[in-house]
Design a binder for this molecule. Sequence first.
Ligand code: HMG
Ligand code: MG
Length: 296
Amino acid sequence: SLPKEATIIEVGPRDGLQNEKNEVPTDVKLRFIRALQDAGIREMEVTSFVSPKWVPQMGDAAQIMDSVPRTGRQFVLAPNERGIENAKAAGADSIAVFVGVSDSFNKKNINRSTAESMEGLAPQIRQLKKDGLFVRACISTAFHCPFEGPVDPEKTLELCRQFAELGADELSVADTNGMADPAESYRLFSRLKEELPDLLITAHFHDTRKMALANILASLQAGVDRFDTSAGGLGGCPFSPGATGNVATEDVVYMLERMGVATGVSVDAVCRAVDEIAGTVSRPLASGMYTLHQNG
Ligand code: HMG
Ligand code: MG
């Protein structure tokens, strides 16, 4: 049976904008974030404390944190000690660390092997937990790697177990390049729900091959009730070649609500939040529900 409720974790302001060609002014980002909160979003990745040389689009992380309304949970991404320090200094209480299962991807994204990243993050995560912060661990290339091809699910599970042992609160398990299929989504998420019952398990699907909604249905059937989505379907990792957006928030909310799974999020209000950013971004915003909204 399906869950009665599901949580939408909006990643548009972070995943959605980190790969954007145009410069999106900080005040436009803030209007987007506020409109998403008004739409009923309670958990959101608002920015990331990464190297501005690597990802200039997130260079205004501290300003975003200064002005973002503190309603619900605001996640900020941090790849290393420096990022975690900066995030804490900006007042963040929920930190999202990120590591790829695939070494080749992790090197392109963080300039470290997966093991090196984990070595660096382990004491950081223990300290964050001692300090009472919420730790979300984003697991990239959980299914496929743009450089290495299919990823062994046992390797993904092993990395997830390592984060569980370190005390992470949540795993966001990601199909970075939109190659997962519903059968493998069902298998991996069933194992995760069974083996790590004390962690929040979240599914993060990119929609490159238009399989994300099918993957979400399969994950729901495996017991997942938390989904990372991006308003307007924006997104993509700059270090995953050919990356495209996350599954669109408005399409996921529409599907879940139609199925009787309550999200507390308004499709119309999410579309109005997308209106705030549509004129600034270079990518076409062509989700099903946003297209209907634009056509009146
Ligand atoms: P590096 O060059 O190896 O870093 O990059 P370093 O430690 O050698 O430091 C080099 C310089 O960067 C130094 O400054 C550091 O102080 C500075 P300099 O002495 O040259 O002036 N530095 C920093 N500055 C600001 N914030 C920091 C920071 N760290 C070092 N945190 C590094 C290593 C990790 C910094 C770099 O590779 C990086 O920033 N990578 C981030 C990549 C990224 O943001 N990717 C997108 C997010 S992940 C994603 O999208 C996937 C996800 O959506 C799930 C999925 O779909 O798969 C989550
Ligand atoms: Mg992503």
